[in-house]
Ligand binder design. Structure first.
Ligand SMILES: [Zn+2]
Length: 326
């Protein structure tokens, strides 16, 4: 898989251009508050400034995060109305839908089935938090016919899911109460949502309250220790506020989950794109002599070996966490 197949550069650049205009519109006059490290609560230091947002890095656990953080109401307005959000949900998504289904969602559905079979074989319901277009759920149910629910706050996306005959609860997870879920053994999943959360700790606390003992939670998010993010740093396109606010890493996310009463079962970084992303952004790697020379010097096969090494050693920026409520 290549980055271009799921994120065509031209469309991605247009998305980022619209995003910069939206930042001006929705955030230039926002009220902001400094926050401590969302993983370990220590005070961070300034890492860099990007598009009007300041990123702090926690020197204790290396989590990278936006602070000061604008109040939640500005994000709500941005996600409801902005041109970049609409561009993402329509033009960008449509252009990449087929490739995303084949290259991302089908393998992910298979992977989640494996995790359920390995770690929670008596799961009888799957709940997808922030289920979007419902593509994951469609592919998952083809493999394993469990009870299901898509939790999706957007009215537009909820309708898309209902039109696919999926069960939808049109809400933010943070507004859910335990009565809204049947008392079945559940696996909750959420994909590429955690980096967007205004209050990740609160999200996990709410989720913990919704889970019964023995339920499982599997999620993917961006790791700030991912090699493309660490080397490209402020030039990394994944570091894109106001969308992406939190870059935990395998150790810091485990710390947070343990502190909140989850039992971490497995952390992996199954990402496949780090080297390709670095290759597509060589101009911003000039000071990284090892990597810029490696990208020129190595054969495709050697690059693939390096990518495998990165993924196997928890150093890819695409991270997956499996945890249980004990
Ligand atoms: Zn920290």
């Amino acid at each position: 898989m290549k980055e271009e197949e799921i994120r065509p550069q031209e469309l991605f650049d247009e998305l980022l251009r619209l995003n910069r205009l939206d930042i001006e519109k929705y955030f230039s006059k926002s009220q902001k508050h400094s926050i401590a490290c969302p993983a370990c609560q220590n005070k961070g230091v300034i890492a860099f400034d990007k598009d009007g947002f300041v990123f702090d890095e926690c020197l204790t656990c290396k989590t990278l995060y936006v602070s000061p953080r604008p109040e939640k109401k500005y994000f709500d307005a941005y996600y409801t109305d902005s041109d970049s959000t609409k561009f993402w949900a329509t033009t960008f998504y449509k252009a990449t839908e087929k490739n995303r289904r084949e290259m991302l969602w089908k393998p992910k559905a298979k992977l989640i089935v494996n995790k359920i079979q390995s770690f929670s074989p008596d799961t009888s319901m799957i709940v997808d938090i922030g289920g979007g277009y419902g593509t994951f759920m469609e592919e998952f149910l083809k493999l394993l016919a469990l009870e299901h629910l898509v939790v999706e706050p957007s009215a537009y996306l909820s309708k898309v899911c209902r039109d696919k005959n999926l069960n939808v609860l049109s809400k933010f997870l943070e507004d859910m109460v335990p009565d809204e879920l049947p008392s079945l053994r559940k696996t909750f999943v959420s994909f590429e949502l955690f980096e967007h959360l205004h209050e990740p700790r609160k999200f996990l606390q709410t989720l913990h309250g919704l889970m019964s003992s023995g339920d499982m939670f599997i999620f993917t998010t961006l790791s700030g220790m991912g090699v493309d993010i660490r080397t490209l740093w402020q030039h990394s396109k994944a570091v894109s506020p106001p969308m992406h606010l939190n870059f935990f890493n395998p150790k810091s996310i485990s710390h947070l989950l343990n502190a909140l009463g989850f039992q971490v079962v497995e952390v992996s970084t199954p990402g496949k794109l780090d080297i390709d992303i670095m290759n597509n952004n060589k101009a911003n790697l000039k000071k990284e002599r090892f990597w810029s020379d490696f990208l020129e010097y190595a054969s495709d096969e050697e690059k693939q070996h390096m990518q495998n090494f990165i993924s196997d050693n928890l150093l890819s920026s695409h991270m997956m966490i499996v945890c249980l409520k004990p």
